[in-house]
Design a protein. Structure first.
Length: 144
């Protein structure tokens, strides 16, 4: 639209979406599915398009950076793997899904959207600090 590539994301909120048929439909329409760290919502890291969208919702107000340093490092490691065209190990996946698209590289969008809003900037800066020197172009508040 007006010279901009439009991208769409589905933020599903029910476990009924955790089936290969839903992932196939998302791929058919080139739509990403939100990967979240919230225990309240389905969380699965199956790839459906050429970009990845993380909505990190589990920051804690009593932690200065919202998350423990090792958790922020883990998010950064996953972002690096996805950006390089790979798939991180150890993340929850919809079983029986075999259609993940391959890519030489991917855009990765990480949003800190959670109840501990006062910690979101520090959490984002923590992930960015881990990405420094990785070769990934990280733009805080970047234009998606």
């Amino acid at each position: 639209m007006d010279g901009r590539k439009l991208r769409h994301v589905l933020d599903v909120r029910n476990d009924s979406f955790m089936v290969p048929e839903f992932l196939a439909m998302a791929r058919e329409y080139r739509t990403a599915v939100v990967f979240t760290d919230s225990p309240k919502f389905p969380s699965f890291a199956n790839l459906t398009t050429d970009f990845v969208y993380l909505r990190l919702m589990n920051a804690q107000s009593d932690v200065p950076t919202g998350y423990a340093p090792e958790v922020l490092a883990s998010f950064a490691d996953c972002a690096q793997t996805w950006a390089a065209g790979g798939e991180p190990t150890g993340l929850p996946l919809v079983q029986g899904d075999t259609g993940a698209p391959t890519a030489a590289s991917r855009d990765v969008f990480i949003f800190m959207i959670n109840g501990a809003k006062e910690r979101a900037p520090a959490a984002a800066m923590g992930v960015l600090a881990h990405l420094q020197g990785s070769g990934i172009s990280a733009v805080p508040g970047g234009d998606a």
